[in-house]
Write a protein that binds this ligand. Structure first.
Ligand code: FDA
Length: 539
């Protein structure tokens, strides 16, 4: 009897592991694992990096970063394997073997993709989960940081605040969102009127392209560097880490919340807000949330507009400003709170203010099922239009729905539309994201919630941007159109592409054609190359 060759040992170990776990393997699966085990070449690494179905930890690893339980049902397609690389060579190996053996690769950082694109696919796939790529290096002297893609925004904010209370980063408000997907689509939060998007503040990146080359800003070139800062995830390569520019904040900021329901003139106040908010100084962030709440009349419901914001300054300055520019809001001192910037992160994230450690907890908030859609508004909506919007929130399906409406203006007006792929800059009064949520137990009835969100979207048509009707790629909406599994023409992808990127879509297609002409990195709404391999073959 011959002993197996040395190079076969790791593969045999995978086989033993798989047979112990009861997994049956068909050929492509077998070949993929063989390929990967040869490249990882170490038993203890393999067991920490590869999770195949029936591995006892497979479900917990898969579910750990699912932030939309709409895509966590028995019928949801599951990856054949989840790879959780510990180092760059593992990422390259996963890329190499997926390519070689025909598996689609879904890259997952924070797992917040609202359409589940980082962990669901209709074709055989593996997930590259960057949960071990979470290192953050903050350099306060040079006011920069390197953040790996798998880090959450909460971890990033925590790491900055651990070193200084006068630097920050202008990214999103939900602490469990991942840097990888968020930066890839733009990313905005309470500092965006002052400093722009997260993507506007990225100065370098480390990426692996479809050929396995490790690139930085210089070696990838300015076109690719432009495209990865807002052109959407899972399209140009695997971004391992980002170098970001930190921004100054005062040691004390002031946050405020004022609630107005329909009985308290919410409609009129929101109507007035549209004329004012985008012109306020860029030190002020202001957001309106529309939700259904209990009315003062027992057993009745009403709709509430929550005006929540933050000034990079003290409470007196805030009250003087709002009394002067927006007295209708009736802002009083008791609505305001002075705090540090990091405490404001907790405030806007809906977290208790007691300890910033909660920013490290990925399970601090419940996970629900949801559907999101977004719009940009350039002209004030007439009062009658707002009344109709409000009344839709009284419908049964809207018990757990929200319209999130941040005022634009400020720095966003100063950045040209083509500076980055994210084009929604000057001329927007606000963005509106409509999110309808329900519990996992109600998934069987998801259709009624989704159709409510479609009706709301259709209702908003006369009041929002047109030709194209713009949308925010970070709130992906597959209703706007999807790619085919194989060849997708420029014309077909233009339907959703121009909504997310306006004219920047053309440049994104050119970059994609150059950097990934075989369209290895793809999903339902990735940018297609101009001539895909299928088309070339005439299929
Ligand atoms: P996820 O890991 O699911 O990735 C999203 C997409 O990017 C996927 O297509 C994925 O394949 C790809 N991708 C991920 N990592 C990659 C990498 N390293 N390289 C290449 N591609 C990669 N937005 C906002 O601007 N401001 C906000 O305040 C919020 N708040 C918010 C709250 C909640 C509860 C949700 C569900 C979403 C938001 N968002 C948001 C939207 C959020 O910015 C968007 O969903 C991001 O794409 C999420 O990034 P993750 O890394 O978490 O997701």
């Amino acid at each position: 009897m011959k002993f197996p060759q040395f190079s076969m040992l790791p593969f045999l170990m995978v086989v033993v592991m798989l047979s112990l776990s009861g997994t049956t393997l068909s050929h492509p699966h077998w070949d993929f694992l063989h390929c990967l085990s040869l490249r990882l070449a170490n038993y203890s690494t393999i067991s920490k990096v590869i999770y195949v179905q029936n591995n006892p930890s497979y479900s917990s690893v898969l579910n750990a970063s699912i932030h939309n339980t709409r895509f966590s049902t028995p019928a949801t397609p599951k990856p054949f394997a989840i790879i959780t690389p510990l180092k760059t060579s593992h990422v390259r190996s996963t890329l190499y073997c997926s390519k070689k053996h025909g598996f689609q690769l879904r890259i997952r950082s924070g797992g917040h993709d609202v359409e589940g694109l980082s962990y669901v696919s209709e074709v055989p796939f593996v997930i590259l989960d960057l949960l071990n790529f979470r290192a953050i290096k903050v350099d306060t002297k040079n006011e920069v940081a390197w953040v790996q893609s798998g880090a959450t925004l909460g971890e990033l904010y925590y790491a900055i605040a651990a070193k200084t209370n006068t630097l920050a980063f202008p990214a999103g408000m939900c602490h469990t969102v991942g840097a990888g997907g968020h930066f890839s689509g733009g990313g905005y939060g309470t500092l965006f009127r002052k400093y722009g998007l997260a993507a506007d503040n990225i100065i370098d990146a480390r990426m692996i392209d479809a050929n396995g080359r490790i690139l930085d800003r210089k070696s990838m070139g300015e076109d690719v560097f432009w495209a990865i800062r807002g052109g959407g995830g899972n399209t140009f390569g695997i971004v391992l880490a980002w170098k970001i520019k930190l921004v100054p904040v005062p040691a004390v900021v002031t946050v405020f919340t004022v609630n107005k329901n329909l009985e308290q003139n919410a409609t009129k106040i929101f109507h007035r807000w549209q004329y004012i908010a985008h012109k306020l100084p860029d030190d002020l962030f202001m957001n309106v949330w529309i939700t259904k709440v209990n009315s003062s009349q027992v057993g009745m419901k009403t709709v509430q507009a929550t005006f929540r914001g933050m000034l990079l300054g003290g409470v007196d300055e805030l009250i003087t400003l709002i009394q002067d520019k927006f007295p209708e809001l009736g802002l009083a001192e008791e609505n305001c709170n002075e705090m540090s910037w990091i405490e404001s992160v907790l405030y806007f994230g809906g977290l208790p203010l007691q300890s910033v450690d909660i920013l490290l907890d990925k399970n601090a908030l419940p996970t629900l099922s949801l559907k999101a859609k977004s719009d940009y508004v350039k002209e004030p909506i007439p009062e009658s239009g707002i009344e109709g919007l409000m009344s839709m929130f009284l419908e049964e399906e809207a018990d757990n729905a929200v319209a999130m409406i941040p005022a634009f203006g400020g720095k966003m007006d100063d950045i040209p539309e083509n500076e980055l792929p994210y084009p929604h800059r000057a001329g927007n009064l606000f963005e509106a994201t409509y999110i309808v949520q329900w519990t996992k137990e109600e998934n069987a009835e998801s259709g009624k919630y989704i159709s409510w969100s479609r009706r709301l979207y259709s209702y908003m048509t006369p009041y929002v941007s047109k030709s194209p009707r713009e949308a925010y790629v970070n709130y992906r909406d597959l209703d706007l159109g999807i790619n085919n599994n194989d060849y997708t023409s420029y014309e077909q992808a233009s339907i959703w592409g121009f909504k997310y990127f306006k004219n920047n879509f053309k440049r994104l297609v050119q970059v994609k054609t150059k950097v990934d002409p075989m369209n290895f990195f793809r999903n339902e709404q990735s940018i297609p190359p101009l001539l895909s391999p299928w088309k070339k073959k005439g299929n």
